[in-house]
Ligand binder design. Sequence first.
Ligand SMILES: Nc1ncnc2c1ncn2[C@@H]1O[C@H](COP(=O)(O)OP(=O)(O)O)[C@@H](O)[C@H]1O
Ligand SMILES: [Mg+2]
Length: 239
Amino acid sequence: MLEIRDLTAGYGKIPVIRGINMDVLKGEIVAVLGPNGAGKSTLLNTVLNLTTIFNGTIRFNGIVLNEMKPYEIAKLGIGIVPQIDNIFPNLTVDENLALGAYLRRGDPNVASDVGEVLTLFPELAKRRRQKAKTLSGGERQMLAIARALLAKPSLLLLDEPTAGLAPRLASEVIKRIKEISKSTEITILIAEQNVKKTLEVADKAYVLVGGEITGSYTSEEFSVAKIEKMFFMGERAAY
Ligand SMILES: Nc1ncnc2c1ncn2[C@@H]1O[C@H](COP(=O)(O)OP(=O)(O)O)[C@@H](O)[C@H]1O
Ligand SMILES: [Mg+2]
């Protein structure tokens, strides 16, 4: 579904991620695991063409994305939940959800889809008229994911959905991601530092350290300790 080949990208004239090769197959949950500063956000943002691509290609269902505008890429069916600023704090839960369905204006199924995401995230159903800034950290993350789902993406990019959450809430968010994968046809690419929790749901994982992929593993090969050690060695090498 998503095919990344020899990708080098960054900001201005400076490459941040280099020589990236990745494949995400339909229906998979694929993880990009790496320490802070590894380039995870840069990689996800590059799929939406929000950075500068220096080399390589990104294909989605065979279509080359490199020269496309972010909104055109979104229209093809790629959704993203950014790491920061992923909700509108001064708008209500309902208003945030409505904006998620913005590209589907006039689609008669939006109302029933809102009902469906609220079934998946019952904590939001109780707070529909509440401003998003009054939600807890976990609820905000749920809202950000719910909002992205309302655009009906076929590929959803999640940028560190458990960042800043207490362990119990992080587990809850990961559990919902698994539920989304099981109950919909949505393919998921998730960037995370939380190796243990992410490997509980991923089918495949790429390790990104210092802007390069230093390993890729299938679920049979997962080793939390080994991957975390790769993070540490990468960080040591960087300083
Ligand atoms: N908008 C930007 N402009 C310039 N450099 C950036 C920008 N965003 C991130 N970087 C740099 O790119 C590197 C990787 O950052 P990032 O992709 O955010 O890593 P991660 O998400 O893995 O923590 C860091 O060195 C960071 O300083
Ligand atoms: Mg990041």
